[in-house]
Design a protein around this ligand. Structure first.
Ligand code: PLP
Length: 432
């Protein structure tokens, strides 16, 4: 399989697409074509890593990683993506829980798969200096990337986070790794962290000297594994009932939602795709008005979705076209902070389960925007993080102390260490 930029340009290999992140023309890498499957192609395959190896094989054909794909999948997919059935008279509803990985958010899938690929690509290139993964984070991405690359040979990680702007549990997940992971608290905003990363990458000499690599969410190596849990969950339901599944997906940069679009396009039994955004309305406004108007992000309770210029829209438009065409294929709704709070309380009263603020957007959309007719088939609401990661928001609403997932509890007990730096590229470069 060859990969090309959404803005065209030459076709390159999978390993080059993974190592370069974005294309030189500013576009995003996509596969030259999508393979298609029938459900029967996966008969007898139940485990997520085996399913991943089979469905991702065409994407790895001809790559230096082709023969290592099975082992990459086993290493990356070391935890499950279960569907929890919600019993509700008449409706057929479940929650696709994507928070059973080490840092309790769906980003573990992409980060672990990317790490497994990058380490092997680096080994095949016999580099003299280790790879340096440089990542700016507003919270969840940095933790997942640090956890995924921690202890891996031939690679180190430098994480930049905005001083005092991440939750205390998130900060702990960014700063507890030691060894090959260095965390820097940058005296500025997330945007400062991102500009510093861009500036360091733009310095070609520095970038070559340290083998700088990006692990951001538009890397094709993070998207591919995300399509696997849509494939698996839709197949599981199809095998039981012969029915397709529809999804409501909490959306920020559209990586998770777009992975579902890929799974549907590959022929998995997926019916409707509904995107739930927070008060950052760039995507719903585009579908309503037909004009793409990226803007500055606004801070909300579902902070991992605070994106004003969702990058993966470029991939979606290149696959499914402009607003008219998109409107016939998916729907999208925006959810306010007040509605997020209301829904966390309502679900907890209704079923006793506390959901995270991101997941609550999907519940709100399902309960308040879909009609009875819409809700006729089987729906899966996507749970993107464990509520205990956002305990400062959720616990006061549900009046209950949330139990920590085991792995998160383990991480939170590790000692934490980080340096604080001024928001300049020069200050950060000292740590390279
Ligand atoms: C990153 C994130 C999202 C948004 O996912 P996108 O791929 O950016 O749309 C939603 N929820 C949580 C918990 C996240 O960490």
């Amino acid at each position: 399989m060859r990969y090309l930029s959404t803005r065209n340009g030459p076709e390159i290999s999978l390993e080059d697409a993974i190592m370069s992140g974005t294309a030189p023309d500013g576009g995003l890498y996509v596969p030259a074509n999508l393979p298609t499957f029938a459900p029967a192609d996966f008969d007898g395959i139940d485990a997520i890593d085996h399913l991943a190896a089979k469905m991702l094989q065409p994407f790895f054909a001809g790559s230096v990683l082709e023969n290592q794909l099975a082992e990459i999948c086993t290493e990356a997919f070391s935890f499950e993506a279960p569907s929890r059935v919600l019993e509700e008279g008449g409706s057929s509803l479940s929650v696709l829980e994507l928070f059973h990985g080490p840092t309790a958010a769906f980003k573990d899938f992409g980060a672990r798969f990317l790490a497994a690929c990058m380490v092997r690509i680096a080994a095949s290139r016999k580099l003299n200096t280790p790879l340096t993964i440089l990542v700016a984070t507003s919270g969840d991405t940095g933790g997942a990337v640090a956890a995924a690359f921690h202890g891996k040979p031939g690679v180190r990680v430098l994480v930049l986070f905005p001083d005092g702007r991440v939750s205390s549990r998130q900060q702990h997940q960014l700063t507890c790794w030691d060894d090959n992971v260095t965390s820097l608290s940058v005296k500025g905003e997330f945007d400062d962290c991102q500009s510093i990363v861009k500036e360091l990458f733009a310095d070609r000499a520095l970038s070559a000297e340290h083998n700088l690599c990006s692990a951001n969410s538009i890397n094709v190596g993070r998207l591919l594994p995300q399509s696997v849990y849509y494939a698996l969950s839709s197949l599981q339901h199809f095998r039981k009932t012969g029915e397709q599944s529809s999804y409501v997906i909490p959306t920020g940069n559209l990586g998770n939602g777009f992975a579902c679009v890929w799974a549907k396009s590959m022929g998995f039994p997926i019916d409707r795709i509904v995107l739930a955004t927070n008060a950052n309305r760039t995507i719903p406004d585009f579908l309503d008005r037909g004009e793409w108007q990226p803007r500055a992000s606004i801070a909300t309770l579902a902070s991992a979705m605070d994106v004003g210029n969702p990058s993966n829209m470029e991939r979606l438009r290149s696959l499914w076209g402009e607003a008219d065409s998109l409107n016939s294929r998916l729907s999208t709704y925006s959810v306010s902070d007040a509605q997020i709070r209301e829904q966390i309380v309502a679900e907890h009263e209704h079923t006793g389960v506390a959901w995270c603020p991101h997941t609550a957007t999907a519940f709100y959309v399902y309960r308040h925007h879909l009609t009875d007719t819409d809700r006729a088939g089987h729906w899966k609401l996507v749970a993107t993080a464990h509520a205990a990661k956002f305990e400062a928001i959720v616990e006061p609403l549900v009046h209950e102390t949330l139990e920590l997932p085991e792995e998160l509890a383990r991480i939170l007990k590790l000692p934490s260490a980080f340096d604080t730096v001024q928001p300049t590229a020069a200050a950060v470069a000292q740590f390279l």
